[in-house]
Design a protein around this ligand. Structure first.
Ligand SMILES: *[C@@H]1O[C@H](CO)[C@@H](O)[C@H](O)[C@H]1NC(C)=O
Ligand SMILES: *[C@@H]1O[C@H](CO)[C@@H](O)[C@H](O)[C@H]1NC(C)=O
Ligand SMILES: *[C@@H]1O[C@H](CO)[C@@H](O)[C@H](O)[C@H]1NC(C)=O
Length: 366
């Protein structure tokens, strides 16, 4: 058929563009996430091992639990973990949030991508709070690593850290520190979904146990696509599809659960594998791990409000200055699962001024 060289050449010329057109469908899609280097992995493992061994030595000797704390009157502390790849735009608002709070009630840790030129505040609550960070990429396992680094550092740094709240530079508080602390540590009625909320002890105002506030969702339409994003059978046998979960990466974990997260090796081995487009490993790793390890110890909802109406490219609605008002703050607090949301995202950097104007009279008013 192609005996005539002209016909052969013609056939080749015609088929070339067809090959280019079809190539993206025939070849596997481009992997979007960057593998984590062995050096970074080894650094992390040694940090996590130190945190785990300190915690187990404390567990064997309860009298030692507070021995690293400089305070003479140790209290349970709230650890605030900020994960950022830009400046901390709302630092002045957070300064106000912590203003006047005794130092023995909280700690702050910041993980910033070292390849980005993040301005380190020289005053205020973020001064000197930056931990050694590594590069992070959106929608990749590097965000899991960064969060685990924050958890391990906070576990190691202060045995009094009892709740670990993960936030970003786009998050704002919706209440005063006193309200947040009281809701997490003291209130027996804050969590409306608590199985013990109508128990005798709880009605007497006694808090029986602490649960992690982490969103855990199993009926999300895109779950299957995300599950097979590394290949059809790759997650087996560690994680079956029935065990796979999704939820926000902004959560508040108990110390017990923070340890579960940094002790984990089995699930991390799977979730760190490069995956195809839109797989958001940081939204799956934590809810899947904790729902497998201790489902009853988790509230299954988050305390950080986010607005997914009109989502673009995986980003939630970003509030602009014109939208910031007293009414917005009140609306963002409304929750069906707890007395109130405690934090909200996502706010554009230039919302700082309108937010500061509401700080005293609305946001931080009890
Ligand atoms: C980082 O930011 C500082 C202050 O804004 C600036 O002086 C410096 O040139 C920046 N460096 C890089 C590498 O962008
Ligand atoms: C959520 O965002 C949409 C715009 O995408 C806006 O119309 C709506 O008012 C927002 N809801 C809240 C509670 O802020
Ligand atoms: C609370 O539940 C009601 C009824 O299901 C729903 O309309 C509303 O959007 C929920 N509010 C929030 C903040 O989720």
């Amino acid at each position: 058929m192609y005996s005539n060289p002209f016909v052969l050449t013609f056939a080749l010329l015609v088929s070339l563009p067809i090959v280019f057109l079809l190539a993206p469908r025939i070849l596997p899609p481009r992997r979007t996430s960057v593998p984590i280097s062995l050096d970074d992995e080894l650094d992390d493992i040694s940090l996590f091992n130190r945190a785990v061994s300190l915690s187990s030595s404390n567990a064997n000797n309860p009298s030692k639990v507070f021995h690293l704390s400089s305070s003479k009157n140790p209290k349970l502390k709230l650890a605030f973990l900020f994960l950022t790849n830009s400046d901390l735009h709302f630092a002045p608002l957070w300064d106000r949030f912590f203003d006047g709070t005794p130092a023995n009630l909280y700690n702050i840790y910041v993980h910033a991508d070292p390849t980005v030129n993040v301005t380190r505040p020289t005053s205020g609550v973020f001064r000197g709070r930056f931990i050694p960070g590594k590069r992070t990429y959106r929608a990749s396992p590097t965000l899991i690593s960064a969060t685990r680094r924050l958890l391990a550092t906070a576990l190691l740094h202060d045995p009094a850290n009892a709740y670990f709240v993960v936030l970003s530079q786009h998050c704002i508080p919706l209440h005063s520190f006193r309200y947040v602390y009281g809701s997490l540590f003291v209130s027996s009625t804050f969590d409306l979904t608590s199985p013990e909320s109508d128990s005798v002890l709880s009605r007497l105002g006694v808090r029986e146990r602490y649960r992690s506030f982490i969103e855990i969702i199993s009926n999300e339409p895109r779950l299957w696509k995300r599950y097979i994003a590394r290949g059809r059978f790759v997650m087996m046998p560690e994680v079956s599809f029935e065990q796979f979960r999704v939820g926000s990466q902004f959560f508040a974990l108990t110390r017990r659960h923070a340890l579960v997260v940094i002790k984990d090796r089995a699930l991390w081995r799977k979730f760190k594998l490069p995956c195809y487009k839109d797989c958001y490993p940081e939204e799956h790793y934590f809810p899947t791990l904790l729902s497998m390890a201790d489902p009853d110890g988790c509230t299954k909802y988050t305390l950080t409000r986010v607005n997914w109406t009109g989502t673009v490219n995986g980003h939630p609605h970003t509030y602009r200055p014109a939208e910031v008002s007293k009414e917005l703050i009140y609306r963002l607090r409304e929750s069906n699962q707890s007395d109130s949301y405690l934090f909200a995202r996502k706010f554009a950097p230039d919302c700082l001024q309108p937010l500061m104007r509401l700080a005293k009279s609305v946001i931080l008013k009890d």
